[in-house]
Design a protein around this ligand. Structure first.
Ligand SMILES: NC(=O)c1ccc[n+]([C@@H]2O[C@H](COP(=O)([O-])OP(=O)(O)OC[C@H]3O[C@@H](n4cnc5c(N)ncnc54)[C@H](O)[C@@H]3O)[C@@H](O)[C@H]2O)c1
Length: 270
């Protein structure tokens, strides 16, 4: 059991596909903390994944929405505010997909139609979501919006491909839209930059296992798990972080500020 720090808060969680999804763990944590939510995912992901099991476990409802489709987003937001009889307190955008990564296209040989699709799903969907929430005036004052990102937005990780560019764009949208959401509605907007984590989206990145080991050996606290990410999200949805906004928060065991660790040097010498 948690401490009920989200009691009375209502929201929407995007991106729980299966039990390895970061959004899945986050939904469980929010439920434990007394928050209520609608779960959503793209119709095809709802069919392929196991979101209905999570809905049962967390006593929540599933409303399908393709996050790139404005009509779907507006329907989702209106249905959620109707169900809860009021505005929303938290939103989690936990969505990512690159067709080029999926199809093994190298960064020096990108297919631009696939690039556009991945950019729309992984980055522009965050703008579409916030614009829909903003226009429908669906967020309560002191509400909180979080999207998940990766450090490849700042540093080069060769196999992360065009997702690196999508994440840079996503983080910029968080700051740009967060300014207006803060000024006009007193709503926070932040991104969490998470350690590499074994999930369906994560597994799409070539060499993920080695990536995970390298990050773990580099980070003084070791890699942040999906559960750690869920806990950080809970804190960002709580009233304890009311004036944290426009931030990209590294949940990575310290990885982002380390040049090299002794463990990596020892590995190179052995
Ligand atoms: N796994 C990692 O190593 C890692 C590290 C840092 C950040 N992230 C980010 O965390 C987030 C969640 O990913 P995850 O690792 O839990 O993997 P995941 O595969 O479980 O989640 C990705 C989700 O995006 C959803 N999605 C794809 N297209 C969509 C669309 N058109 N509309 C709505 N939803 C759509 C999928 O159905 C899936 O639920 C992503 O933004 C990812 O980039 C992951």
């Amino acid at each position: 059991m948690g401490n009920n720090i989200l009691k009375g808060k209502k929201g929407i969680i995007f991106g729980a596909l299966d039990s390895s999804s970061i959004a899945w763990k986050t939904a469980e944590r929010i439920h434990n903390e007394g928050g209520e939510f609608i779960l959503t995912n793209a119709p095809v992901s709802i069919r392929m994944g196991s979101i209905n099991d999570l809905a049962k476990k967390t006593k929540s409802e599933v409303i399908p929405a393709d996050a790139t489709n404005i009509e779907d987003l507006e329907n989702l937001i209106n249905s959620t505010t109707n169900k809860f009889g009021g505005k929303l307190d938290f939103i989690l955008h936990s969505i990512g997909m690159s067709v080029n990564v999926r199809k093994g296209k190298h960064y020096t040989d990108l297919n631009y139609e696939w690039l556009k699709k991945g950019w729309d799903v992984s980055a522009v969907s965050f703008h579409k979501l916030m614009q829909s929430l903003f226009k429908l005036d669906a967020m309560n004052e002191w509400g909180s919006i979080v999207a998940l990102t990766y450090i490849a937005a700042q540093r080069t990780f060769p196999n992360y491909n065009d997702m690196a560019d999508n994440k840079a764009y996503l983080e910029s949208i968080a700051r740009s839209f967060g300014y207006f959401f803060g000024k006009e509605k007193n709503v926070r907007v932040n991104t969490i930059s998470q350690s590499p984590t074994l999930t369906t989206a994560g597994k799409g990145v070539k060499g993920l296992d080695d990536f995970i080991k390298f990050a773990d050996l580099t980070s003084p606290l070791g890699n942040a798990t999906a559960e750690d990410c869920a806990d950080l999200t809970v804190s960002l949805f709580s009233d304890y972080t009311k004036r944290v906004t426009l931030q990209n928060i590294f949940n990575d065991g310290g990885f982002s500020n380390v040049g090299v660790s002794q463990e990596i040097i020892d590995k190179l010498n052995s």
